[in-house]
Design a protein around this ligand. Structure first.
Ligand code: KIV
Length: 271
């Protein structure tokens, strides 16, 4: 089903202005309608329909199993909710690498079928043909460098990236290449704070960090992680703003106990 295009309040141009004016950009992930409604009400600037849905929604160990159809389903649910923020959708693993025509086809499907505003791709030089082709169709792209979870099997670990000089040079070259190609923003994941600051200073487009320090132009976190829905994932960059795992467990425990004891429903909770 195709959805009519939207005109959300936050645009790629507005994000560019925010960087110029030194106004920090707040971004969070969402994968479903209810969460996106709450995040929108909080005044978020960008909602990312991330392929981290593979981990937090589907329970996979990596983001690789996510399909284009699954991303479109999540994006449609979020787009129905979000009026204000820019909606960015991850192109999933296998939908854009190595074949720029397929990349364009994948990006067009996301834009047509979900009513999102932009797509996000992981990588630099190796995917530049796909980046150029998607941009030539007028589809805004957010780049993603540093730790790139779709390449986990290449690196073998989720540890901090770009600690060695060669990787630093490659990241800087890729960042400039993505900006020159026309990407409207860049995510930097899990790199030294000093490098994050340097990239944000060198680029004109907004740089959004996740574990990239405080010298970048904005921050992104996975909503499920910052809400404390998962009590086992604790990287250093993660600040928990709630402890919903404990809250929800308490509520579920109380419900089970009330049903078992006959305490629910009460007189007032029946017809
Ligand atoms: O998929 C995702 O949630 C992401 C963020 C970690 C930036 O790409």
């Amino acid at each position: 089903m195709s959805v009519q295009g939207s005109s959300r309040v936050i645009t790629t141009h507005r994000l560019f202005e925010m960087k110029q004016q030194g106004e920090k950009i707040a971004m969070l992930t969402a994968y479903d309608y209810t969460m996106a409604c709450i995040i929108d009400a909080a005044g978020i600037d960008i909602v990312l329909v991330g392929d981290s849905a593979s981990n937090v929604m589907a329970g996979h160990e990596t983001t690789l199993p996510m399909t284009l159809d699954q991303m479109i389903y999540h994006a449609q649910s979020v787009a129905r909710a979000a009026q204000n923020p820019l909606i960015v959708v991850d192109l999933p693993f296998g939908s854009y690498q190595g074949n720029s025509k397929e990349a364009l086809h994948s990006a067009i499907r996301i834009m047509k079928e979900s009513s999102a505003d932009a797509v996000k791709l992981e990588g630099g030089k190796e995917i530049i043909e796909s980046v150029n082709r998607i941009l030539s169709a007028g589809i805004p792209i957010m780049g993603h460098l540093g730790l790139m979870p779709q390449s986990i099997h290449k690196y073998g670990t989720y540890s901090v990236r770009a600690k060695e000089e060669a990787e630093v040079e490659k990241l800087l070259e890729d960042a400039h290449m993505l900006e020159k190609a026309g990407c409207f923003a860049l995510v930097l994941e899990k790199i030294p704070a000093q490098l994050g600051t340097r990239v944000a200073k060198e680029l004109k487009i907004p740089v959004i960090g996740i574990g990239a320090g405080n010298g970048v132009d904005g921050q992104v976190l996975v909503s499920h992680d910052m809400l404390g829905l998962n009590n086992t994932f604790s990287p250093r960059f993660l600040r928990r703003y709630a402890n919903l795992y404990d809250e929800m467990l308490k509520a579920f425990n109380n419900y089970v106990a009330d049903v078992k004891s006959g305490n629910f429903p009460s007189e007032n909770e029946q017809y």
